[in-house]
Every structure is written in structure tokens, then in C-alpha cells.
Design a protein. Structure first.
Length: 125
């Protein structure tokens, strides 16, 4: 397959583009649950007929390097799709006693700073 883009005569003459098709349903390594998860998680632009993952690469000058790049993309895509996100734990609310204690300490600090201010004696000059 011919690559497109910059490269002049080399691009016009050499067929280095690679397109891989991975048949999800015929994979012996994946369980049925993993196959369904893949179909749900993979972006529709990469899914052909809902069962083939199609990946292409044309960034390198040689077909072998493009093949390796496409395989790496496919492996990364499958690994990310099969990765199950951990459920986040809801934040625990601060106990009322701790909240009250913090407010009391804040008030005490505020009063202490208030005492440091100069006293207005009310004398007008």
C-alpha cells in the first residue's frame, strides 16, 4: 500500500504503508468477556464491521518499521481497552468534633492577632 504525504519521488514509487486487521472474534487468547469489552472500548473509527480492529502506519520509510509500529499501536490499543479502572473511594466527611476544634483554634488565633493591634485612644489632634 502506498503512503501519502511528504517524500516526493520516494513516496510515489515505494509501497511502505501497512494496514493490520485484527479479528476479535477469532482470537484464541481472549475470553468472551474480554472480546465484548474490546468491542465496547475501542473507538468506532478503528472497528470495521464491529469485529475487526484496523490499524495502519505510514510514518517510517521502510515497510518493516511500519509493520512494527502498527503492531505496537495494536498491542497498546488492546492493553488500554482491557485495563479495568479501579473504583474511586468516596471521600470521607470530616467529623463534627474535628470541625469544631478547627474553628475554635481559628477563633483563638484571630483573637490573639486582634490583641496585637494598636488601641485607638480616641484622641483627636
Amino acid at each position: 500500500m502506498r503512503s501519502s504525504g511528504k517524500g516526493g519521488q520516494n513516496v510515489n514509487k515505494v509501497e511502505t504503508k501497512v494496514r493490520l486487521r485484527f479479528d476479535i472474534d477469532r482470537s484464541a487468547k481472549l475470553s468472551d468477556a474480554q472480546k465484548e469489552r474490546l468491542k465496547q472500548q475501542i473507538h468506532p473509527s478503528y472497528l470495521a464491521d464491529g469485529r475487526f480492529i484496523t490499524v495502519s502506519s505510514q510514518t517510517e520509510r521502510s515497510q518493516k518499521q511500519n509493520e512494527e509500529d502498527a503492531l505496537a499501536k495494536l498491542n497498546r490499543m488492546i492493553a488500554e481497552a482491557l485495563l479495568v479502572q479501579k473504583e474511586r473511594i468516596q471521600s470521607v466527611q470530616e467529623p463534627k468534633s474535628a470541625k469544631e476544634k478547627r474553628h475554635q483554634e481559628k477563633d483563638a488565633r484571630s483573637r490573639r492577632k486582634e490583641w496585637r493591634k494598636k488601641v485607638d485612644r480616641g484622641l483627636d489632634e
